[in-house]
Design a protein around this ligand. Sequence first.
Ligand SMILES: C[S@@+](CC[C@H](N)C(=O)[O-])C[C@H]1O[C@@H](n2cnc3c(N)ncnc32)[C@H](O)[C@@H]1O
Length: 372
Amino acid sequence: MNSSYNSEYFCLLSGENPELALYELESIISSMNDLIQLERTFDSRIVNIKLKETLLQNDERSILQKLIQRATMVHCCCKLLFQVEYKNSSTNEFNELVQSFDTNNLLDLEPTTTFCVRTRRIRNPVGILTKPQITQEITNYFGAAILKRFPNKKVDLEQPEELYRVIVSKYGLWFGLHILESLRQAVRKRTARDRPFFHPSSMNPILQRTLVNLTAIKEGQWLLDPFCGTGGALLEASRLGFRSVGIEIDRRIVWGAFRNLTSDKITFPLTNLIFGDAKHLGFRFGAISAVITDPPYGTAASTKGYDLNDLLIQFFIEIKSILSPNSRLVISVPSTVNLEEEAATILNASYRKFYQYIHRSLTRKILVFSLR
Ligand SMILES: C[S@@+](CC[C@H](N)C(=O)[O-])C[C@H]1O[C@@H](n2cnc3c(N)ncnc32)[C@H](O)[C@@H]1O
């Protein structure tokens, strides 16, 4: 453990794909100049995070805000007050562990606010923990501990000034003060169909935003989407404050993407749209720092007569000529496309692979290449 990091928090990751959620967080953190350190816990849906010791309290909050409001696969972030790992979740063990909670951990809290404790069970807790009355008992137990320490605090279940969360999983329990909610629900509500121009090949905004984050792009850098379609990636990049360029070969779709971008009050020239071909990019080496793309599969989106594999190989060769070492290329392809080894060789890159179920006939394979 590195002693120059303290102030522990924990984040609850989305249960949809915890492995991808963790990598999204790691990618964002790696773009934040070592201000945050992330630690896995005994449950893959919870990660502990520590902030650099030298940060002031206000800076801590704004750094956390940047992280949590950017990530798409996190639910919330809490100040860590207590965590325990259990082995068999029997009544005895559980009571013992929970009662090992030391109310001195509550030392720094505001003494007079209204508050509420909410308990959430994740990952099918086993044994006694599946019983709703246990959840209620846990909630009451932590509520009583707070009141014992701060008798002037008042419980308010409707509009509390402070929210305390207990997360009970199959492997352990976390208790903390809720600090930030992610924008996940708001991003999930946006759909590609809400835009002025829709095409059946459009990717949903939440996945587009995840892909942007996986590039580990930093402020001020340029992101490229060489098969940009209706402009979904450019919209998400712009919302996150990044500069971007999109390339699209179909004139009608370029026009549609332009309508989508202008209706979203995108500022040109921070977002650029080019009518062109991804096989001939023409950027100078190093001008682009991150590439995210969702190439045509030859079904909803046309490959313009090209075999998909040939098109992608040409594209990887082209990308290699513009991306500098340490840049990332994030690409989403159908799970049936097996090009990762060949692409890694062309790009001289290591890669990570994730699967994301979309619907019965489409599981996406998300490949993140990190250039050496
Ligand atoms: C799967 S779609 C991209 C969807 C996009 N992510 C969105 O949300 O709208 C792929 C796009 O690549 C375009 N395309 C096909 N071949 C291309 C090429 N050689 N260069 C650039 N774009 C191309 C297609 O016209 C299509 O709009």
